[in-house]
Write a protein that binds this ligand. Structure first.
Ligand SMILES: [Zn+2]
Ligand SMILES: [Zn+2]
Length: 346
């Protein structure tokens, strides 16, 4: 089969690989019917994920059809259409039982697929702990509708869930990249009175305005003055920081009202400063919300019910054979790209 391989820092290549098989009784092998490229794949390519293992097939956002299961797999069968969770987790340890699957203590747990073990930018992928790593796609939900469930949509869902959004809240979301937009869609499920999105790219700001007309979009320069003018409580009630740029962390807590929740979803290149003397008395609650994909079944039900639709994020489609070109477009943010879908081999 074809797989897109992390050869060495700076170099990915399309290579011929053997089709994976079940190794452990809890494994499943999934035929990938649709995949995507995530910013984390680019982090691997640029050598900024030290635990990424050269020689592995990359890709951790995909859906497919179960081809083969190990003897102990209970929840899926060959022929089932499934989403694949970016996190590998045992489902049994202290953290898994509490929904903190991102912190699974199993040696194979955490972000393994497409990082430490072969991932899904390939024709087939072996998924360990298939009972927790796979979710059946409801009938009537397409591959494109389900594509982001296991990674960026799970991230947005978790972030919105821990942010304690209430109906009369003004919610500020900083960053309208793919994860920021997923966070926006999930924040909307909580029905806040007002959502303001801060985005520096005019192209992405226009995308949000076009698809989500009820949302106000501001540039980073306009953000603090707009929040001060609009929010009578001195700032946003909830801030979700999804940008991870040089000054977005500062912007996040500056825009928060006293006693607000500030949820940090972003992944930063550098340490951030928490200037406690400056924020003394503001009594903020900071939460960090890296992907914790424990809600995939609920997300799929919401998609089936028409309450979440991430399909507008798919701006480009390429066959696996043409994945090099897909990376070129995604990596250089060409042609208004938000997300690329990688379809099966031509
Ligand atoms: Zn990802
Ligand atoms: Zn676990």
């Amino acid at each position: 089969m074809l797989g897109y391989v992390y050869v060495a820092p700076g170099r990915f290549a399309l290579q011929e690989r053997p089709v994976p098989t079940v190794v452990d009784a809890r494994d499943a092998v999934v035929r990938v019917t649709l995949g995507s490229i995530c910013t984390s794949d680019l982090h691997i390519k640029h050598g900024s994920v030290p635990r990424a293992v050269p020689g592995i097939i990359v890709g951790h956002e995909m859906v497919g059809v179960v081809e083969q299961v190990g003897a102990e797999v209970r929840t899926v069968r060959p022929g089932d259409r499934v989403t694949v969770n970016v996190e590998t987790f045992c489902g049994e340890c202290f953290f898994c039982r509490r929904g903190f699957v991102n912190n699974c203590t199993d040696p194979h747990g955490g972000w393994a697929l497409g990082c430490r073990i072969d991932g899904g930018q390939a024709e087939y992928v072996r998924v360990p702990y298939a009972d927790s790593g796979l979710n059946r796609i409801p009938d009537g939900v397409s591959d494109e509708q389900a594509l982001f469930v296991g990674d960026i949509l799970a991230t947005g869902f978790w972030a919105a869930r821990i942010s304690e959004i209430k109906p009369d809240d003004t919610v500020l979301i900083i960053g309208a990249g793919p994860t920021g937009i997923c966070t926006l869609l999930c924040a909307q499920l909580h029905g806040p009175q007002c959502i303001i999105v801060c985005e520096k790219s005019p192209e992405r700001a226009a995308f949000v305005r076009r698809h989500y007309p009820g949302v106000e979009v501001v540039s980073p320069e306009e953000c603090l003055p707009t929040i001060r003018r609009r929010c009578e409580r001195g700032g946003a009630d909830v801030v979700l920081e999804v940008a991870g740029s040089d000054d977005s962390f500062r912007l996040a807590w500056e825009c928060a009202r006293p006693n607000a929740v500030v949820t940090v979803v972003a992944l930063y290149d550098k340490p951030q400063v928490l200037p406690l003397p400056e924020m003394y008395g503001k009594n903020l609650t900071f939460k960090t919300g890296g992907v914790d994909g424990c809600d995939c079944a609920e997300i799929l039900d919401l998609i089936a019910a028409g309450r979440i639709d991430t399909t507008p994020l798919i701006t480009h489609r390429y066959a696996l054979d043409d994945i090099e070109e897909a990376y070129r477009i995604f990596e250089n943010r060409l042609d208004g790209v938000i997300k690329v879908a990688i379809t099966a081999r031509r």
